[in-house]
Design a protein around this ligand. Structure first.
Ligand code: ADE
Ligand code: ZN
Length: 307
């Protein structure tokens, strides 16, 4: 088998705002000091990670800033032979910043149209900001299903925004032709994943705590519900206590569909190539297993794609 670097790949769980590296912050924000940037990027807990994400997003002040970040991300993906990417744009954060969404979306779409990577967009809402704002995000997504938006999701703090709050929002999104994903089972337990499934999530962002519930593991396997696994993310945010404690191998061996992703490559200092390298070196994935995980990236995409 060719190495995973050369193989065509897809990435399904990737936040545009989280692709910003410390170097790119220097470019976007000459006023931010090196010490401040180092401090913000030095998070070790999930709350501090969310704080960093919010801080970085605060430096995306204009549609041109969003365009620059998109261009840099797509250059990196193309270089890794990523052919298809579903990129999450945190529309919930755009609303929270009181920015106009339309010009930002036009800017990122313009960049996407110029890339060799086929891009589709997932608009995501912030769980802990509540259902009303999430509904606004779902409306923005529904208005753009013909223009590259394929799905709706919720991120942020699952402990402070239970899935049940979003039942109506998910019903609305689905009725308007959007596919559904949700961050769940990242920092909260299996019940959070069950909650996401109950409101209609077709894929689960992270979902790693499912490993604690054998009935849930069988459910995910039997219904072929994929987990968007992001190993370096889970280590960096403290969602797992150490790399070796990550349940990716156990979930894979139990037959749960696994897709590998970077989540926030700039914030975690990773790449998709690096995530494949990790499952090979740390979790002993064979070449055949790697090929299957790569294939899953295309199989569980919300849009059928040519490699
Ligand atoms: N937003 C960006 N990355 C996230 C993550 N890993 N969990 C929740 N919300 C996020
Ligand atoms: Zn995420």
């Amino acid at each position: 088998m060719a190495s995973y670097h050369e193989l065509p790949k897809a990435e399904l769980h990737l936040h545009l705002e989280g692709s910003v590296t410390p170097e790119l912050i220097h470019e976007l924000a000459p006023d931010a000091s090196a010490d401040e940037i180092r401090g913000k990027f030095g998070f070790r807990t999930f709350p501090d990670f969310l704080e960093c994400y919010k801080w970085v997003a605060g430096y995306l002040r204009t549609p041109d800033d969003y365009a620059l970040v998109t261009r840099r991300l797509l250059e990196s993906l193309a270089q890794q032979n990523v052919r298809y990417a579903e990129i999450t744009l945190s529309a919930g954060v755009v609303i929270w910043k009181k920015q106009e969404f339309g010009p930002i979306y036009e800017a990122v779409q313009r960049e996407a149209a110029q890339s060799t990577v086929e891009v589709r967009w997932n608009l995501d809402a912030v769980r802990h900001l509540g259902a009303d704002r999430a509904m606004r995000v779902a409306e923005l997504a529904a208005e753009r299903t013909g223009e590259g938006v394929v799905s709706f999701g919720i991120g942020g703090d699952e402990e402070r925004g239970p899935a049940e709050w979003f039942t109506e929002v998910y019903r609305f999104a689905s009725a308007h032709g959007l596919r559904l994903t949700a961050h769940a089972g990242e920092t909260a337990g299996p019940e959070s994943v069950w909650g996401a499934l109950r409101i209609g999530a077709e894929r689960i962002g992270h979902g790693i705590r499912a490993v604690d519930d054998p009935t849930l593991v069988r459910h995910l396997r039997d219904r072929k519900v994929p987990l968007e696994v992001c190993i370096s993310s889970n280590v960096a945010t403290g969602a797992v206590s150490s790399l070796s404690a990550h349940p990716v191998r156990r979930l894979y061996d139990a037959g749960v569909p696994i897709v590998l992703n970077t989540d926030d490559p700039g914030l975690f200092g990773t790449t998709l190539d690096r995530e494949y390298e990790l499952v090979a070196s740390e979790f002993g994935f064979s070449e055949a297993e790697l090929a299957q995980v790569i294939e899953n990236g295309f199989r569980y995409a919300f849009v059928p794609t040519e490699r």
